[in-house]
Ligand binder design. Structure first.
Ligand SMILES: Nc1ncnc2c1ncn2[C@@H]1O[C@H](COP(=O)(O)OP(=O)(O)OP(=O)(O)O)[C@@H](O)[C@H]1O
Ligand SMILES: [Mg+2]
Length: 364
């Protein structure tokens, strides 16, 4: 499949077929897609503990791009810091198609107090180098969608404004033509029929709704144990409706992917193996200054356990690791002549206690 480009120049409406090269990086969307396996392999070097969800997400995105008649919008659910936003970013940046990641909380129905949803299309258009044909085959990621889910979870009241934003997204989800304006002037007509929309949300508290449903369904069966089969315990659309998403919105979601919860083992594995590991970044920077870290393999477990005390998944690893290196960084920064790249390396021993007391290290 190739996408032809008759780029409409901004404000002039002049068709300019000679701008061919301008959109070249996005050309022939599906024929230029890297192999699904290579994308999966690459993403898994960054995203740890989510092998199943990563495969589901990549498959759903590829399916929508390669088989456009099977395109369906995707919802990714998972606790804070499980890797929702990062996974989607890691996948999309490898696909040579334009995308935009939008924060739902910025948007309002009319755009009076916040941004109008047509701004999302504008961003996609800009990210496609203002080539409308290419933009129309792009991806919009709408993050924090649960914050518009119709309930103010603090007060327990209905959040009418949030629901209105979701409703204004309905048309874009099912395909419509939107006139994109800049400073009030129309610049391009955007047909959203082929745009893939991916929603992300933590939906904290939805586990309770799911458990309630499973308990109700169990009455008359075997007793108190919840069903273990994976399929049986999945979050269903009815749970999302109960959570506060409007039915017609949920009805337009084609597949739901649930991220895994990350326990101490997975957090330790992120520190040890992920290319995003904050620990590995410190290690690399220190090596540049001629310092080689030495530590027990158990250090990762300690950092992971400490980071679990907050319910923010892998996010908290950054804080814990920053704390561990605070004194070391101070020492290095205050002695720039002493610590610079050299042929003989110094050793910095990190003791397990560094997790609670960041003076627990020794440079020799
Ligand atoms: N599974 C993972 N593997 C490796 N790193 C991860 C993983 N999950 C999260 N991280 C790290 O934590 C950071 C925050 O993750 P991310 O933004 O994807 O969380 P999220 O699931 O979107 O959470 P929130 O609901 O709070 O937005 C990432 O930038 C990454 O460094
Ligand atoms: Mg996020």
């Amino acid at each position: 499949m190739t996408t032809t480009c008759s780029k409409v120049l901004r404000n002039t409406g002049i068709e300019n077929g000679s701008d061919f090269f301008y959109c070249e990086e996005f050309y022939g969307t599906s024929s230029k897609l890297p192999s699904i396996k290579s994308v999966e392999r690459n993403v898994l070097q960054y995203i740890v503990g989510q092998d199943g969800p990563v495969r589901q997400i990549i498959t759903a995105i590829y399916k929508s791009i390669v088989f456009s008649s099977l395109k369906s919008n995707l919802l990714i659910i998972g606790g804070s810091g499980t890797g929702k936003t990062e996974t989607v970013r890691q996948v999309l940046r490898r696909l040579n198609i334009p995308y935009t990641i939008e924060d739902a909380t910025k948007y309002t129905q009319e755009g009076y107090y916040g941004a109008d949803v047509s701004e999302m299309l504008m961003h996609l258009y800009e990210n496609a180098n203002e080539c409308i044909e290419v933009a129309q085959k792009g991806v919009i990621v709408i993050d924090e969608i649960d914050k518009k889910a119709g309930m103010n979870r603090a007060s327990g009241e209905r959040d009418i404004a949030g629901v209105e934003v979701l409703k204004s997204l309905l048309k874009i989800m099912e395909g419509t033509v939107v006139t994109i304006k800049e400073d009030g002037y129309p610049i391009v007509e955007f047909d959203t029929s082929d745009v893939l929309i991916i929603f992300l949300g933590a939906f904290s508290g939805i586990d309770k709704i799911r458990e309630e449903r499973l308990k109700v369904n169990q009455i008359g069966f075997s007793g108190t144990e919840l069903p273990k089969a994976k399929q049986a315990t999945k979050i269903l659309k009815q749970d999302l409706v109960k959570y506060g998403l409007p039915e017609e919105f949920v009805g337009r979601i084609g597949s739901i992917v649930e991220m895994n919860k990350l326990g101490a083992k997975e957090l330790a594995s992120i520190l040890r193996n992920s290319k995003l590991s904050i620990f590995r970044r410190y290690q690399q920077e220190l090596r540049e200054r001629g310092i080689v870290l030495s530590y027990s393999g158990r250090l990762f477990g300690r950092i992971a356990e400490k980071s679990l005390s907050l319910d923010t998944g892998a996010r908290e690893l950054t804080n814990t690791v920053n704390y561990c290196f605070e004194n070391i960084m101070y020492e290095i920064l205050s002695n720039p002549d002493k610590y610079q790249k050299r042929t003989t390396y110094r050793k910095c021993r990190l003791y397990l206690g560094i997790v609670d007391d960041n003076t627990e290290y020794r440079i020799s």
